[in-house]
Ligand binder design. Structure first.
Ligand SMILES: Nc1ncnc2c1ncn2[C@@H]1O[C@H](COP(=O)(O)OP(=O)(O)O)[C@@H](O)[C@H]1O
Ligand SMILES: [Mg+2]
Length: 174
């Protein structure tokens, strides 16, 4: 996995925060990246993942869960259930907004309710941006140029996400 800091690009500055790009060339590398983030979390973070089908959002969450100490093999896509809850050293709520269209549906389903100190990770977050807390760590995933290559562009908005972002960078860069 290669890491390249983009914090000095004009685009990053215009977002008012750091932007960081990580790349992966295999599912294992994506899980390792997720594991590094999971190990960096303290609880209370919201992580929003966007990118086309098959870019690796669920694969990333499998690694993130491992980094939180969730038992291996328990993370699958919550596309139909909308939400899966896991317990590691922190509670993990894994959500998927793909099938949601109305922010009221989110409140009704209670999909953003999570125990205190939980980590919330949301696939297809951009489907309902209005439902998301402002303080969040966001990644946009893209595929290519090779079939197994992926890029993650990370941004943090708010103090909770920024702390996690910096800890993640330190863990991941080593
Ligand atoms: N570098 C990579 N990172 C993640 N997944 C990859 C990678 N290369 C190939 N893949 C494959 O892409 C698919 C990603 O699926 P998934 O994680 O379910 O995506 P999403 O949740 O974004 O729809 C899997 O079949 C996985 O094996
Ligand atoms: Mg998925």
């Amino acid at each position: 996995m290669t890491v390249r800091g983009d914090a000095t690009t004009p685009q990053a500055v215009s977002l008012g925060g750091a932007m960081w790009t990580t790349t992966s060339s295999s599912p294992d590398q994506t899980r390792a990246l997720g594991c590094a983030l999971g190990a960096s979390l303290l609880g209370g973070e919201v992580i929003a993942l966007d990118g086309d089908l098959g870019t690796g959002k669920t694969c990333f969450v499998q690694g993130l869960a491992a980094g939180l100490g969730v038992p291996p093999g328990s993370v699958a896509s919550p596309t139909f259930a909308l939400r899966h809850d896991h317990q590691g050293r922190l509670p993990l709520a894994h959500l998927d907004f793909y099938r949601l269209e109305d922010p009221d549906e989110i409140a009704w389903l209670g999909v953003l309710d999570a125990p205190d100190g939980a980590v919330i990770v949301i696939e297809w977050a951009e489907r309902l941006p209005a439902a998301l807390p402002a303080d969040r760590l966001h990644a946009r995933l893209t595929s290519g140029p090779g079939p197994d290559e992926r890029a993650f562009v990370w941004t943090a908005t708010g103090p909770i996400a920024e702390r996690a972002f910096l800890a993640f960078q330190r863990t991941h860069v080593g």
